[in-house]
Design a binder for this molecule. Structure first.
Ligand code: FES
Ligand code: FES
Length: 245
């Protein structure tokens, strides 16, 4: 039964691959097919997710394709080889506790950056991409933010948390388990955003009421109609996490 549920939550081959890559809940993931979430069951609590997937960054000259593993080396390359051109933008970000320097286009949203540069697929999959559905919600300095309408360069110096990072933290394992137990994830499109806001709710209220949960999740649209299940899961997790404190 547990296995069946796991298979159903995994959804499709894309999410299965992401599940395997990240080891579990962080496979709240969708790739090209844009469907499915990774299993939130089955993996040991201490190894169920990776907070960040890409750790070795490569910087690429957009003019000649030269690659470096150091941003300063890319800047030097530009000064020597393309002195008239603008140096590519680099954003210094703190993502799920890791300080990373990623090459970005100045117009890249945080969602695009998480997906293209850091390899995180949970909150970063493309959904409405226009601030209407809430599925891309991440926490920026602890507060929900729509990553599809936030520029990556705006987030320098701020703390970014995604569903992968939350799931990788053993403290939040009860929230992962409550989501699985209450079947709060169906197709999985909305789930990473809902889950991320769930963490915010528990931290903010400790023991939230149903009304507080519904109000905080109001911006997160679920076409599968799982709304009441999020309330149940968050209530249960809040009790187990002791108010998130
Ligand atoms: S993808 Fe950002 S709000 Fe819908
Ligand atoms: S679980 Fe399908 S959109 Fe929410």
């Amino acid at each position: 039964m547990k296995r069946q549920k796991e298979e159903r939550l995994m959804g499709n081959d894309v999410s299965r691959r992401d599940f395997l890559k990240v080891g579990g809940f962080a496979g709240f993931a969708a790739g090209a097919a844009g469907l499915g979430i990774g299993s939130i069951l089955g993996a040991p609590a201490e190894a169920h997710a990776e907070a960040i997937t890409v750790t070795d960054f490569v910087y690429t000259c957009p003019l000649c394709g030269q690659k470096t593993t150091d941003y300063d080396a890319l800047v030097k390359h530009f000064e020597e080889t393309h002195p008239q051109a603008a140096v590519p933008t680099c954003a210094a970000l703190s993502i799920n506790g890791a300080d990373v320097k990623v090459q970005v286009e100045p117009h890249w949203t945080l969602r695009e950056t998480l997906l293209k540069a850091v390899g995180l697929t949970g909150n970063a999959k493309q959904m409405c991409d226009r601030g209407a559905c809430g599925s891309c919600t991440v926490l920026v300095d602890g507060v929900p933010a729509l990553s599809c309408t936030t520029l990556a360069v705006e987030c320098e110096g701020k703390r970014i948390e995604t569903s992968e990072g939350i799931a990788a933290d053993a403290k939040w394992r009860p929230l992962v388990e409550a989501y699985a137990k209450h079947d709060a994830a169906q197709c999985g499109y909305c789930t990473p955003g809902q889950f991320t806001v769930a963490k915010y709710i528990i931290e903010k209220y400790g023991a939230p009421t149903d009304e507080q949960i519904r109000a905080e999740l109001a911006g997160n649209i679920c076409r599968c109609g799982t709304y009441s299940r999020h309330v149940q899961a968050i209530q249960e997790a809040a009790a187990a996490i002791e108010g998130g404190n």
